[in-house]
Design a protein around this ligand. Sequence first.
Ligand SMILES: [Ca+2]
Ligand SMILES: [Ca+2]
Length: 542
Amino acid sequence: MKKKKMMQILALAAAMAMVMTACGDKDSGNSQESSKAESSDAAESSEKAEEESAEEDAAGGEVAAEGSDVTIEAFVTNPWTSRAPAQDDPYEAYIEQKFGGDWTLTCAMEGEGENELVTRFTSDAEPDLIGFGTATQLDMLYNEGVLLDDWNVYADKIPSVLANMGDDQIAYYTTEDGKLKAVGGMPGGQIWAFMIRQDWLDNLELAMPTTPEELLQVMKAFTFNDPDGNGVDDTYGFTAAGGGSGIGEVAKLLMMYGNPSFYITDENTVSHPILDGSYKEFLDFAKSMVDEKVIDPDWYTLGWDERKPNLFQGAYGICYYPPEALMMETSGGGGSESLATGWTIMDMCGGKLDALDLLSETRCSVSAKTAEDSAKMDIICDFLEKTAGMSDDYLNIRFGAGIEEQMGFVRNDDGSIYAWQDDFSNTVFGQTNACSWGQLIVSRPANLTLGATEVVDIWTERAMKLKNEAMEMDRWSVNYRFLNPDPTVKTEAGNVESQFVSRYILGETDDYDGFVENWLSSGGQELLEDAEQTFRKYGLME
Ligand SMILES: [Ca+2]
Ligand SMILES: [Ca+2]
């Protein structure tokens, strides 16, 4: 079982690394970063007594459903789900028994979601219900006119879905002429924060840093003053997992100095950290960190997974990580229990954390052909409505409660929910289909916590406490989360940025003004204009 857990966590980490890489872009408001981090972010339990009967019911439903002439193919492109569905899928049986129809699930290969969808639509074999991993995939098909034109038509069948999405998310998916392109779960992704070792601060009699200068001093002490008191030079102030393709979490230090992306100034104009100078301050801090050797020297090359053993063994004094995932993964990775209480949320040293996610991790729609079939739409709307929010059907499908052994959830008096998965290899992160089906309807409300044991342990206690603290932190304006620029332009400008950042930090160039010009002419100016247009479209600026 230990080994299984480890495998699970490794799989998690791999998925996360993928996400982090994919999210090198700070402009992608709705980004996957959080979501993927789901890996880290992951997480999210029932009455065992119900399990057996549920299984029997499900099995009975399957028999009946296979006889149904209403077939519904669900198709998901989220990178978490890129594997073949299990045989004799109990989730499929549960859904068929609950909602009717003969369902099947198709998971796109990792990174191939867009291509596979295009192929399906162009060969007249479009799936019915599609869970899009990115808004770009949704827009591509919606703009081709091959998806349901307007979900508002079904408003009376999915009131809970629309209520849970929230006004901002609905606005994001609403076209200029008032049509709703897609539906999603509750807004939110993994909650990330800078984490710091309070026990090391205490050992060295240091206070929580509150400015970048103090932070650098703390990083030095964490690197050179034996903060863990073992007499060995075996610690670093900071860590990142650049994976050879970027600066990783170092980029998040920008948030000490200013907005992480495009924003509306006090003068009602649009600006960006690259243009307002805060980016330069961040670069200088990052360069000092590297020059002073207070960050793991492998920070630029280590992948997300490769860095984990050191992280779990307590080699780092500061990291950028979802606190919930840090607790869960450190526990699963064999970290000392002292790390459960050692890690705490770091002050942002004059800055703020990034805005909470505006969107849910997946957005769903149906093909235009499916929309013409009222029998299919009745079943699909019933499925979406009854799995909205944190309903029992949602928790069962998303976390296997009542469907698989060793999984369940508890509703606490304060409204929070604790979901537990006793065997990670057989859970939402692992080999069953909970993750895949769940990705159609995924929501990550902050009051949902996931643990590895039915009884809440120290790691889970800390995870909940730290997540709640992170939720209370000051955050930069959410406006940038509405941005959805042309992906080609964003990529081009992003490449110019990441190349310069690496060279600047490594001391190969100091031509910041030249970089700004290059960035503007390589898509930055277009992104600036897109941002202003978007802010005006949503009524965020005059
Ligand atoms: Ca079926
Ligand atoms: Ca030491």
